[in-house]
Design a protein around this ligand. Structure first.
Ligand SMILES: NC(=O)c1ccc[n+]([C@@H]2O[C@H](COP(=O)([O-])OP(=O)(O)OC[C@H]3O[C@@H](n4cnc5c(N)ncnc54)[C@H](OP(=O)(O)O)[C@@H]3O)[C@@H](O)[C@H]2O)c1
Length: 328
């Protein structure tokens, strides 16, 4: 599907972006892969590893609509991964989080429409479902912008969808590298916010493959949610350091005990497929879509009213061994 195509990824130097570029180059022969991000050093370092002739490195900020429009000229597929994603940083710097995560999303939508891009997928997060922190709230706004963008397409071919998933193990700033750093520094205990806390877990490769598949599935307007396992934070800490005790430090501001990916309030809009869920738009998009059959012919069924996809009541759990294999 990506052979001979031009692909742009905002936030292409990030954890997701680099894995995405690797996967695309392993499996397809695109015409151009454009990495769009701000920091020239990260791009320089990435270019040492990814210097294939189809690679392009564009400096730019998603807050700058004109630069995005330039970058998207002739582009077929866009993946929007750029974001400010640290919960405490967003709480402390709300204007900045809103500028990047909301205004940036709006600029991506406008630029994609202007450039007649074929398909756009924006990355969302479980924190956008029933958000309790500003990061999650900005990502919910972003989801809404991408879903509603399908109403603005008119005669254009452009279609927009979002992909929502949970904790990416080993990604920058996440709990696994944090615990490993503490263990390496000789910590006598690992901090656990609450003994019952659970999280959804996904690897970068799984996240990237799910996004790539959804470019084939999408009709426009969907929020795609993969079925992935949960893990208790205490089990995660035990797996990394079986002998270390846990220091219960209390739930931090903006944190939940369990994460949600499909809220019960959206259950009347949620369809279950074999390996994923689809949340339909709350408003009808500007063209007729039967979301129960996707472009690959896969069929989904409605979930029962009140159904919630929650990391605490998930029916898939990550074993210690499976987790250790995941983190390498
Ligand atoms: N990691 C997770 O656990 C997780 C879970 C669920 C969803 N997600 C979502 O997945 C996406 C990617 O996450 P990630 O883990 O790859 O994040 P990351 O490693 O922090 O990468 C973020 C990328 O965005 C770029 N960026 C930040 N602000 C920008 C701006 N204003 N304009 C252009 N580029 C900008 C950064 O490069 P520069 O700083 O050089 O601009 C970097 O390339 C995000 O949308 C995040 O919300 C992540």
């Amino acid at each position: 599907m990506f052979n001979g195509k031009n692909i742009l990824i905002t936030g292409g130097t990030g954890s997701f972006g680099q894995t995405y570029v690797r996967r695309i180059l392993e499996r397809w022969t695109p015409n151009k892969v454009i990495v769009f991000s701000r920091d020239e050093l990260k791009q320089f370092e990435m270019a040492q590893n990814y210097d294939a002739p189809e690679m392009r490195y564009f400096l730019g900020d998603v807050r700058d609509g004109a630069r995005l429009r330039e970058a998207m000229t002739g582009v077929d597929f866009v993946i929007h991964a750029a974001a400010l994603k640290q919960v405490p940083a967003a709480e402390y710097n709300p204007f900045e989080a809103i500028k990047t995560n909301i205004h940036g999303a709006q600029n991506v939508v406008r630029a994609a429409l202007d450039a007649d891009v074929d398909r756009v997928i924006a990355l969302s997060t479980d924190k956008a479902a029933n958000p309790v922190n500003l990061y999650g709230a900005t990502k919910l706004c972003s989801d809404k912008l991408f879903v509603a963008a399908n109403n603005m397409v008119g005669a254009r071919r452009t279609r927009f969808a979002a992909v929502r998933y949970g904790n990416v193990v080993n990604s920058r700033g996440s709990v696994v590298p944090y615990f490993r750093k503490l263990i390496a520094a000789g910590a006598e205990a690992l901090p656990i916010t609450h003994p019952d806390m659970t999280r959804f877990m996904i690897t970068l490769d799984q996240g990237v493959d799910f996004v790539l598949k959804n470019f084939e599935r999408m009709q426009g307007g969907e929020i795609f949610v993969p079925k992935i396992p949960s893990m208790k934070m205490t089990d995660l800490a035990h797996a990394l350091a079986p002998d270390l005790p846990h220091d219960i430090v209390g739930i931090r501001p903006g944190e939940k005990l369990h994460e949600v990916m499909c809220p019960s309030d959206d259950s009347h809009l949620t369809l279950e497929f074999d390996d994923h869920y689809v949340i339909e738009p709350t408003i009808s998009v500007g063209f007729a879509v039967d979301f129960s059959v996707n472009r690959l012919g896969e069929r989904g069924v409605r979930v029962p009213l009140g159904f919630e996809y929650n990391s605490g009541s998930n029916d898939r759990w990550l074993s210690r061994d499976a987790f250790l294999e995941m983190v390498g």
